[in-house]
Every structure is written in structure tokens, then in C-alpha cells.
Design a protein around this ligand. Sequence first.
Ligand SMILES: Cc1cc2nc3c(=O)[nH]c(=O)nc-3n(C[C@H](O)[C@H](O)[C@H](O)COP(=O)(O)OP(=O)(O)OC[C@H]3O[C@@H](n4cnc5c(N)ncnc54)[C@H](O)[C@@H]3O)c2cc1C
Ligand code: FES
Length: 274
Amino acid sequence: MGWHTEKEKEKEKDREILPKDVVIKRIKRENKDVRTFFFEDALLDVRPGRYVMVWVRGIDEIPISLSHKDAITVERVGKTTESLFKLKEGDSIGIRGPFGNGFDIKGENILLIGGGIGIAPLLYLAEVFGEKKKDITTLIGSRSRETLLFLKEFEKISKVFVSTDDGSLGKKGSVLNMLDAEIFKQEYDMIYACGPEKMLRSLLEFFNEKDLLEKTQFSLSRIIKCGLGICGSCCIDPKGLRVCRDGPIFYGGEILNSEVGRYERDHTGRRRKV
Ligand SMILES: Cc1cc2nc3c(=O)[nH]c(=O)nc-3n(C[C@H](O)[C@H](O)[C@H](O)COP(=O)(O)OP(=O)(O)OC[C@H]3O[C@@H](n4cnc5c(N)ncnc54)[C@H](O)[C@@H]3O)c2cc1C
Ligand code: FES
């Protein structure tokens, strides 16, 4: 990381261990179960693909990726996200981080593939590539037209293809149905994916068959507790890669033969089928 002084090193440690009080400046409703929370205070060392540990006081602390340099986009799925949704503009949360490696940002022709809430971290990435005037193609999929995230935002900076499970917008079925000859008419320098694990597993197999794994980066999700690489709750078999520190972004080749898309672990560490 290239530390310069002991003081800077200490400051960085504090940011990882002690939650910083961050005021919510604005809350944007994306759909019934998804909100974007914009922060009043700027975070240090932000970049696409990194995540923060969000502490909702009295409830729990959860990992959430940055969807902009100053915001997170959250899907309501359980107790902590439910409590987060009860907060108002002007309220504060505790933030540790940002953590994780972030996406390796490179290439001229870029393909982004996102499913469900996995679309959120790709928006920040698209914004960064957009500023650099890169050629971006985006495939986004969701359950339905109502739940599809950030269509307008992606359309401003990229060529967009849409799929929905119920066919209410774009192609019917998963984003995988869009990986046809039309999409691959042009060659991509780098392909970035984030979404449900079954989708990621299918993409791993698809790009492996095409011998393109070295051009793919995947954003993974596991139960993250410490975020410091110590507790082991986020490790993936068989190499023991820690999603919190070694990831959450991995090149396809690193995780092709891993548990991804096959099984994961719950909060107690017990294995469960994906
Ligand atoms: C690196 C990383 C980045 C993430 N980015 C985002 C994001 O940008 N937006 C967003 O909405 N969510 C994101 N998540 C997932 C988010 O952390 C979980 O949805 C959240 O922890 C659920 O907390 P809860 O208390 O509301 O739900 P809980 O009551 O804890 O659980 C509700 C359900 O969600 C499952 N779940 C809980 N945590 C995870 C997890 N880490 N991975 C997969 N399933 C889980 C539980 O098993 C259960 O089925 C990310 C996770 C990781 C690891
Ligand atoms: S969350 Fe503790 S080691 Fe990754």
C-alpha cells in the first residue's frame, strides 16, 4: 500500500477498526425494496468495487459496495437493511472502510454484466469508465421492469441491453440469454460481472469455454464480519481466499474451481447449497 509515515498508518488502522460517524445527506428511492443513501461526508480511498461496513446502531454491521463515490445502494432483505430503511435524511450511521481491492480498471472496450442488486457496484465503475470516454456495453437483468436498477443512468454512458425474468422489459429470461453473437461482435478488453451466484457460476463456465477468463473480473459476496482478514467467515474453498481482503473482486481464473455458485456459508459457518 506504500505507507509514508507512522501517523498515516495509524489513521488507516483507525478507519478500519473504529466506525466513523457519517450523516445521510439524501435518500433516493430506486424501487419498493431498494434505496440509495448519499453521504454528507467524503470517504477516503474510494474506488469502484470497494465496500464499506455499515453499522446501524443497536442492530448489526453489514458490508455494502459503493454505488457512487459518495453513496451506497441497498436492497431490503433482513433485519439490518430493514432498520437502515427506517433512517431519515440527517440521521447518521457508522462506517468502517472502504475495504477490499476494488476493480482493476483497464481497457478501451468494456462489457459490464449485472443482475439484481449486483448492478449497483457496476454503476460506479461505469461512471469512472464514462469519465474516461471508454466504449461501454452493459447487460443488466432483473426480475421485472419495476425492479430493474439504474437503466437511465447506464443509458447515459453506455450501450444497454436489458433482460427481465418475466419479460416485462427487454429479453425474457436471465442476462445469460443476452450473451449471443450480437453482443460478441466486438471484442472486449475487460468484462466485469456482479450478481446472483448462480449467474456468476454460469458466466464463469461460459467465459471459460470461450477461453476469456483472464479478461473477466467478478465481484463476490460472502458473510463478512471483521472485514480485516482475521475471522475467516468470508473464506472460499478450496484456496481459502478471503472475500473481505483478497477480494471482493477476483479474476475468473482465480475462482473457476471454487465453491462460487455451488455452496456458501451462513452466519454460523454452516454450508448451504446456492
Ligand atoms: C462485499 C459485499 C458487498 C455487498 N454489496 C451490497 C450492495 O451494494 N447492496 C446490497 O443491498 N447488498 C450488498 N451486499 C449484501 C449485504 O451485505 C446483505 O444483504 C446484508 O448483509 C443483509 O443484512 P440483513 O441484516 O438485512 O439481512 P440478514 O437478516 O442478515 O439476512 C437476510 C438474508 O440475506 C442473506 N445474506 C446476509 N448477508 C449476506 C451476504 N453477505 N451475502 C449473501 N447473502 C447474505 C442471509 O443469509 C439471509 O438469507 C454485499 C455483500 C458483500 C459481502
Ligand atoms: S470477514 Fe473476517 S476474514 Fe473476511
